[in-house]
Design a binder for this molecule. Sequence first.
Ligand SMILES: CC(C)(COP(=O)(O)OP(=O)(O)OC[C@H]1O[C@@H](n2cnc3c(N)ncnc32)[C@H](O)[C@@H]1OP(=O)(O)O)[C@@H](O)C(=O)NCCC(=O)NCCS
Length: 178
Amino acid sequence: MSATEQIEIRRLGVTEVQAQLDGLAAILVDCVAGGASVSYLAPFSHEQARAAFEAVAVEIEQGRRLLLGAFANGDLVGTVHLILALPPNQPHRAEIAKLLVHRSARRRGIAELLMAGAEAEARAEGKTLLVLDTVTGDDAERLYQRLGWMRVGVIPGYALYPDGRPCDTTIFWKALQH
Ligand SMILES: CC(C)(COP(=O)(O)OP(=O)(O)OC[C@H]1O[C@@H](n2cnc3c(N)ncnc32)[C@H](O)[C@@H]1OP(=O)(O)O)[C@@H](O)C(=O)NCCC(=O)NCCS
């Protein structure tokens, strides 16, 4: 991060998601093109990515999910989802998903700031337990361990990389202090 770079993390409401669809899609397309296993297979187009965020906007409107954006000097460079819609017997829990930082903005601490923002939002929603899963052995796994997440274990062959190769998944949890 340069001394003058301003990073802002903020919640994106429905209107802003709709206004930022191209920027959001660009981040998702870039991460999938970079080989990230985040639900999608190659080839993954800008239009498919826009459609994915249109669906996210519907969930935000329904209160089922929150989306945080990271802005570097005003440009959208990263996102993370906080999933709130869980079964009635898990009202205290939320899930973190799709922590994404554009390849051009990595290794500047933006993911760490997004995770801090997601935890703050979860606390504000009254949540006391967070869960996430991530590809075993990738950069994100190191990040979560550094941020104090508890590693449960590995599920072999849980998902696929964009090119169709299988990848293992590590499950993490974190208790939130109030
Ligand atoms: C995982 C991911 C979100 C990390 O994003 P990021 O913004 O680069 O993360 P951070 O900058 O917070 O940390 C990454 C590394 O940069 C280092 N770093 C942070 N700030 C730094 C700085 N100012 N100077 C140098 N290094 C720095 C961190 O220590 C960390 O080092 P490590 O990899 O050796 O542990 C990003 O690689 C990504 O989008 N990957 C593809 C999608 C994905 O797999 N997401 C996870 C799905 S659950």
